[in-house]
Design a protein around this ligand. Sequence first.
Ligand code: NCD
Length: 306
Amino acid sequence: MRHLMSPLDFSVEELDQLLDLANDIERNPEKYAHACDGKILATLFYEPSTRTRLSFESAMMHLGGKVLGFSSANSSSAAKGESVGDTIRTVSCFADIAAIRHPKEGAPLVASMVSSIPVVNAGDGGHQHPTQTLTDLLTIRSLKGRLDNFTIGLCGDLKFGRTVHSLIEALVRYPGVRFVLISPEELRVPDYIREDVLKASGHEFEEVIRLEDAIPDLDVLYMTRVQKERFFNEEDYVRMKDFYILDKEKMGLASPDMLVLHPLPRVNEISTEVDSDPRAVYFKQVQYGRYVREALILTLLEVKVC
Ligand code: NCD
């Protein structure tokens, strides 16, 4: 039985197969419409979510399966002090696969260690968000045609942004990817990402503060929200929250082929005037998120569709 805790849980070859499967689901949805008949997905969300939870649920429904779960810690026995381990043991009696989001780093991993069903990390604190990374990889590969030899700018809250950490870990496995890390001094990537992932991989990377300076060289710009819920005080958040605002003027400095991705939710970091620009693909990215979660559910449940 396999779980998904980090994008590294799949080899590059396995990831390629998963993304191929997601593209096939996109092209031939009817082929997969009953692939998970009789199966149940549990979504255990101890933190707010719109896209991740609903796209998991939509993915299972598009495969013919059913879903159950909770969308806040308050509405589960966590409020009575139950551990994630006991919760997943219970849910293992009711469902075939579970997606868990939790504010504590490592909570989904702890759950996976005692679970008798596959567990997917749907975001653990400021640590990792592997299914967002699958979404990002599928979006880039489908729209750019490759996952190697390109320059990506990651902009915003690189310290607390778990989607950024997972995406960097995944992309250093592809040759010729160049990273431009765009953040204020206080929100730079954690040391383990800089030292153990970026430096250790030998990939070219630079850290800059001004988006205007970096944008002309980028093939992909990955914008992120300042992670309000991970700040220790409101004052620091207020000072940081509007540090970057991508608008029409800045888009004018970018290449005509640059893609703008964002895991969403957006707050102020992308002006709505950018939404109509064909390079803004963050809502397409949401759609890819559903296809790739369908592919993931099939893979972890070992369902083969011929
Ligand atoms: C992200 C997350 O939860 O980390 N959202 C998502 O799942 N698409 C990004 C964010 O909340 O900023």
